[in-house]
Ligand binder design. Structure first.
Ligand code: DGT
Ligand code: CA
Ligand code: ZN
Length: 582
């Protein structure tokens, strides 16, 4: 039993109750219960197992009993019975972008839609278009969403695989036959999505460790099992491969299986120039070459050095010039998580977040940050409970109070009062200049009218980023990885506009977004644009998304100097032209 299973089950129940058209308060209780379980600071699983949940805010009596049953027996009758009322395939419909419980219920009742293939059928036949509340355009949208899902069916967001990967890694590390273990492949390169996960171990006993790997509780299916490699499927469909090599082969194997394929081609080319062949096990003199035997490399850095290169960090290995730069000694000194001093763009209960200002600040202080930028939604984002002028001014006052308290307590920490201001359809902002002027900083983001033609969308965003009240641009393309395409926008034109107006571009660290994409940062900083690594946290634990942001920034060749939130508090106050608090 895990925290995730507890929370997901409550979330599932909320969906099922929605499908049944139950009382919204009851539905909300399950949803917020799921939230509480996810964020509870203690061992919620043990408490649930022992039936000791009473007194936890957000988990009423009915939920306590259900969590206890689930944690102590591994199943929940209430959930099973609810599920039994609906066909299993119905759940997949929730994953189709744009379909909520109301629509799903209507489709199920009117047309017997109980699976994605059936949904496709009724969209193509035109039956959907004739349903009340639907139309030809809706049917087209649904078909597009299904096609998008199908084309991404075999990929996973980096953020969704970290937990299982860490668990497998820990279990391999503990095994007696494991001398060294690393995750290679796209995971190690921190690609925003991965197809499968490649584990590599150094061992004197491959058989023992392979047996161990395929016999873990999380293994759903063993796809293949040989003497030195094995592949398994987890229950979520993620494939994990394990390769076992000797300790002396480990460095070359790690370099090879980290990839990317294109980077490997460049590395092999370089090796050939120097008279060597490079494969997954070793670097060896080519037939007929005069080159001396290569030593056994203890690690990748030694291999790189031997080939005349500076060490190339895994995030850079996408063959975008890293091998040449390493040969010239021109690789950037990449930003590290420890370099961040604060962060912007975070939400609280005032809009659609789950924690209060104080809780968010406490969590940021815990992470060792010196400042936290709050940016709740603005009034046009009513679906996210956006703040109107009055509520925002009240929040600004509350932030000032808290900051005074930090100062009187001797805590070197400041909350910056900001707003994630909607960029309206015509490029104007959701608040007037007077209110923008009262804020410490402003993030401007697009949250509606996402289907504008490219030229219009580009003009709209450029109008917003060149507004003098805007400090930074939020999630430039609005993409939701594997879920929603970026909106049509001319990215270089936006970068150019930000360069001219001195507007920062955000690297949104939410693992669903990772937006602006890493592929654009090298260009953006060449144009002189600064990056802000922002978690877009909607609860305290999501401040840890900064880890994803830093990985993506490294993929974008960013150094400490390119990233604005590496400035310390004093420097940041001066950058934002604010009176220092302390
Ligand atoms: P993925 O799994 O699609 O997200 O991406 P990767 O990069 O993890 O690719 P994967 O799992 O097929 O292979 C892992 C690494 O092994 C890959 O990055 C480079 C290396 N590799 C695999 N096949 C080849 C190949 O045919 N040629 C070369 N040069 N390298 C390969
Ligand atoms: Ca892979
Ligand atoms: Zn946003």
């Amino acid at each position: 039993m895990t925290r995730e299973i507890l929370a997901d089950t409550l979330e599932d129940i909320a969906l099922l109750l929605e499908l049944k058209g139950e009382n919204p308060f009851k539905i909300r209780a399950y949803r917020s219960g799921a939230d509480t379980v996810r964020q509870f600071p203690g061992d919620i699983v043990a408490l649930a197992r022992e039936g000791a949940l009473s007194g936890i805010k957000g988990i009423g009596e009915a939920l306590q009993q259900k969590l206890h049953e689930l944690a102590s027996t591994g199943a929940l009758a209430f959930h099973e019975n609810l599920k039994a009322e609906f066909p299993a395939g119905l759940f997949d419909l929730f994953k189709v972008q744009g379909l909520g419980p109301k629509k799903i219920k209507a489709l199920y009742e009117a047309l017997g839609v109980d699976s994605v293939p059936r949904l496709k059928e009724v969209c193509e036949s035109g039956e959907v278009a004739s349903l009340a509340g639907f139309g030809k355009k809706t049917a087209e949208k649904i078909l597009e969403a299904i096609a998008f899902r199908e084309s991404n069916a075999d990929r996973f967001r980096l953020g969704d695989v970290v937990a299982p990967v860490e668990e497998i890694l820990a279990s391999l590390k503990k095994h007696d036959d494991c001398l060294r273990v690393e995750v290679a492949g796209s995971y190690r390169r921190a690609k925003e999505t991965v197809h499968d996960v490649d584990f590599l171990v150094a061992t004197g006993n491959p058989g023992g460790i392979i047996d161990h790997f395929v016999n873990q509780p999380w293994v759903d299916r063993v796809i293949a099992k040989g003497e030195t490699k094995a592949s398994i499927n987890l229950s979520n469909g993620l494939q994990c491969d394990l390769r076992a090599v000797s300790n002396s082969e480990f460095a070359c194997a790690l370099a090879y299986f980290t990839g990317s394929k294109e980077h490997n081609v460049a590395m092999r080319g370089l090796a050939i120039e120097k008279g060597y062949t490079l494969n997954e096990y070793r670097l060896a003199p080519r037939e007929g070459s005069e080159a001396p035997e290569a030593p056994v490399f203890e690690n990748e850095a030694q291999l790189h050095r031997f080939l005349g290169l500076d060490y190339i960090a895994p995030e850079l290995r996408e063959n975008t010039g890293e091998v040449e730069a390493a040969a010239e000694g021109d690789l950037p000194k990449l930003i590290e998580l420890e370099n961040l001093r604060g962060t912007f763009h975070n939400h609280t209960v005032a809009s659609d977040g789950s924690n209060t200002l104080e809780e968010m600040a406490a969590a940021a202080i815990d992470l060792g940050l010196q400042y936290l930028g709050i940016a709740d939604h603005s009034k046009s984002s009513f679906q996210a409970n956006g703040l109107d002028e009055k509520r925002l001014r009240a929040q600004i006052a509350e932030i000032r109070e808290l900051n005074l308290r930090f100062r009187s307590e001797g805590t070197k920490f400041r909350i910056f009062a900001g707003s994630e201001v909607d960029i309206l359809k015509d490029g104007s902002l959701d608040f007037d200049d007077e209110l923008l002027g009262e804020l410490d900083y402003v993030v401007a983001s697009v949250h509606n009218a996402m289907t504008l033609p490219e030229a219009e969308m580009t003009e709209r965003i450029i109008k917003a980023v060149t507004h003098p009240g805007v400090t930074m641009l939020g999630h430039l393309t609005g993409r939701l990885l594997l879920e929603r395409d970026p909106y049509a926008v001319d990215i270089p034109a936006v970068i150019e506009a930000c360069a001219e107006s001195g507007t920062i571009i955000e690297l949104n660290c939410n693992p669903w977004r990772l937006d602006m994409d890493w592929r654009w940062w090298k260009y953006a900083v060449e144009r002189g644009v600064k990056c802000s690594i922002n978690p877009d946290a909607h609860r305290t634990t999501q401040l840890e998304y900064l880890w994803f942001g830093v990985k993506q920034a490294r993929k974008g060749w960013l150094t400490r100097d390119h990233v604005i939130n590496t400035l310390n508090l004093t420097a940041m106050e001066s950058f934002l032209t604010l009176e220092p608090l302390s």
